[in-house]
Write a protein that binds this ligand. Structure first.
Ligand code: NAI
Length: 641
């Protein structure tokens, strides 16, 4: 009866229509133009013979709907085309919301952006209780707004505070949480989902309304809520860098959640948003991230057991992240006492991640085994060394590791400044050694550099890369060279900032100049956070004989190492620096600070430390937080030229 390419309608004996989206030729469902146009025909078909209810579900094992088709954004030629795209989704979902028969979205797996907006236009939503089920409106991360009805309907369903929080951060909501906040009407297991859908869609119950106070907040008190949200956003992102979050608040507050109602000369208009360089650059960053995610796909390596030597700051946190991803970890250090703090930190991390679900915390912690004798080494699929930064100690260790490791195990060092060639020189097969360079703090930092030397076995590097993906981190292949990519670009930037201190500029002024440029944290605060001893050591290995900054030397001599010792360039209390007001920065200060970083990135590309300019941008953004709205240092250089 139908002949659809992406959709399927099946009517059952109860009079229900089961509407399945299974986008042709794709592993995940996205809402491209053709898919939306066909959905309109689906609605026509249902209108001709209205069902007792319609259940919308996915035919993909990968999830429900990943969102709009982002490829199509990159092809929008002018504001009129952007408007037309928004109008297509807005009108279609308004039509879905208005159908006479009850509708239900059966959400299993990811339900993002346009997918959630489609679900919000249904009368009911059921979320399947599985780890993969995640609901979000992540448009803001691409510099755009949820224009297909999200800004109208999400506040009506969950109240404006929770809705703005979701729309302004783009964060994921799991199935249980979705039920708790009213985003889903039910949260059920996959086993009973079809029955649950049948019962709910035929129940005749009225959709859940907002409690009285929430409805005030979505009505007469809108401006109070909006002002609060604006203040919160201002702490994280400046309007000149990131217009989208401010536009979301304004569109909800003043334009009934309909982006099409905003006059085109307003900064919250679709013209302004789609015309901004930020949006183009954030979409670019999205694709760069996809490129990093694709590394390691050419390997079916599935490590189960990781052995980590050195349970300090890095080794301990690497262990925690591995166990979080389901791997068994044996954690070795010189004594059980040295391992205990790492296990305690892991417990704290899990308590936060699992929001106090003690059973989950216990299960995950049980996967970390304290192993002072190193008994786990011989069974491990991946062995990571994270002991002191000392060549002789690392060489001695790897000699022993090579003999005891399984023949096909990956053996890796987390060194940040030693040469892979030097550490590997003592091995019978130096080509086996790879660098897997994590960043501090490991649970938060998305990037991991996978380091190879000229003689590194490519298969070992592939396996190391696949392992990094299993941790859900972003692997960046880099060549063994001082500082690899990330530290090689951060070092000169921090050095320049500390030279400014020696010239008498206050730290607040320097940091403010970098923040105004769009860095997530100022360089002086960053140096204090990393640790001044570590910054000094990194500087020495990168800059060689260059005289270190005077103030840095003086602080270290006085035993002031920054945040960890509560005194550095700033004094620290409860993990926060005491900052005075920033003085007016001298003209050109931001450019002066950023220039060494840009130069170093350019040099890494020229010297082949990193594969190409795009990968350099990806590495610097995900490894240092470098202003994502610029699209990365190489993109910035090119645009500025
Ligand atoms: P750390 O000093 O916190 O921990 C090192 C641990 O290794 C200590 O617990 C020590 O008892 C243990 N250890 C030393 N020799 C050992 C041996 N022979 N057998 C077993 N355990 C031994 O050091 P951190 O900061 O964790 O650094 C470790 C490695 O990671 C270094 O190579 C460092 O360059 C690298 N790294 C450090 C980063 C950081 O921000 N701290 C960032 C990225 C890499």
């Amino acid at each position: 009866m139908q002949g659809f390419k992406h959709w399927q309608i099946k009517r059952d004996s109860d009079g229900l229509a089961w509407v399945t989206l299974d986008v042709a030729g794709a592993s995940a469902n996205t809402l491209g133009r053709e898919v939306l146009e066909e959905f309109s025909t689906v609605l026509d078909t249902l209108d001709r013979e209205p069902p007792k209810g319609a259940v919308i579900r996915s035919g993909k094992s990968a999830g429900f709907i990943a969102g709009a088709n982002i490829e199509e954004f990159t092809k929008l030629a002018n504001p009129a085309e952007a408007r037309a795209m928004v109008r297509r989704g807005w009108d279609l979902f308004s039509r879905l919301a208005a159908v006479k028969y009850p509708t239900l979205a059966l959400i299993r797996g990811h339900c993002m952006g346009g997918g959630l907006e489609l679900s919000l236009a249904c009368r009911y939503r059921i979320a399947i209780d599985e780890p993969g089920t995640k609901l979000a409106l992540p448009e803001v991360m691409l510099g755009i707004v949820p224009g297909w009805g999200g800004m109208l309907r999400l506040p009506q369903v969950v109240g404006p505070a929770a809705a703005l929080d979701m729309m302004l951060t783009g964060k994921n909501i799991d199935a249980k949480r979705a039920k708790k906040m009213g985003l889903a009407d039910e949260c059920v297991s996959a086993r009973v989902m079809d029955n649950a859908a049948r019962m709910v869609v035929l129940s005749g119950r009225s959709p859940r309304g907002l409690p009285f106070v929430q409805s005030l907040m979505n009505g007469p008190l809108k401006s109070v809520v909006a002002n609060g949200a604006r203040k919160q956003v201002a702490q994280r992102a400046r309007r000149e860098h990131y217009p989208a979050p401010y536009a979301i608040i304004e569109i909800w507050e003043k334009y009934g959640g309909n982006a099409l109602n905003v006059p085109s000369d307003s900064p919250a208009s679709l013209d302004a948003i789609f015309g901004s360089a930020t949006t183009k650059n954030l979409v670019r960053v999205f694709f760069l991230q996809d490129r990093l995610k694709a590394f390691g796909k050419d390997s079916d390596f599935a490590p189960k057991h990781v052995h980590i030597i050195g349970a300090g700051v890095m080794g301990g946190d690497i262990a925690a992240v591995c166990a979080l991803r389901g791997m068994t970890v044996s954690l070795q250090d010189q004594s059980v006492e040295k391992i205990a703090p790492a296990v305690k930190r892991a417990a704290e991390l899990y308590a936060k991640r699992f929001r106090g679900d003690r059973k989950q915390v216990r299960f995950t912690l049980d996967r970390i085994v304290a192993d002072p004798q190193g008994a786990g080494l011989a069974q491990a699929d991946v062995i990571i060394e994270a002991i002191f930064e000392n060549l002789a100690a690392k060489q001695a260790l790897f000699k022993d590791v090579e003999v005891r490791a399984k023949a096909d195990a990956v053996i890796a060092t987390n060194t940040s400044s030693l040469k892979l060639e030097d550490i590997g020189a003592v091995l019978q097969n130096p080509g086996r050694l790879v660098g897997i360079h994590f960043f501090n703090p490991v649970p938060k930092m998305p990037l991991v550099e996978v380091v190879t030397a000229n003689n590194t076995d490519q298969n070992a590097a592939r396996k190391a890369t696949a392992f990094v993906r299993k941790l859900d981190k972003l692997p960046l292949p880099v060549k063994s060279a001082p500082g690899f990519l990330v530290n090689a670009v951060l070092g000169p930037y921090l050095l320049e900032a500390m030279r400014c201190i020696d010239e008498g500029l206050p730290p607040e002024t320097i940091d403010e100049a970098a923040l105004a440029f769009g860095m997530p944290m100022g360089p002086i605060e960053l140096a204090d956070t990393v640790g001044l001893d570590i910054a000094m050591a990194a500087g020495k290995s990168l800059a060689g004989d260059v005289e270190p900054p005077r103030k840095l030397t003086a602080l270290i001599q006085a035993g002031h190492f920054g945040k960890k010792s509560t005194q550095g360039f700033y004094s620290w209390e409860n993990g926060r620096p005491h900052k005075g007001p920033a003085a007016q920065a001298p003209a050109g200060l931001a450019d002066r600070l950023i220039k060494p970083l840009l130069d170093a990135t350019q040099r890494c590309v020229t010297e082949g430390v990193v594969g190409d300019a795009d990968l350099a941008d990806a590495g610097v953004i995900f490894g240092t937080g470098f202003a994502p709205f610029t699209g990365g240092p190489m993109n910035y250089l090119q645009r500025r030229a």
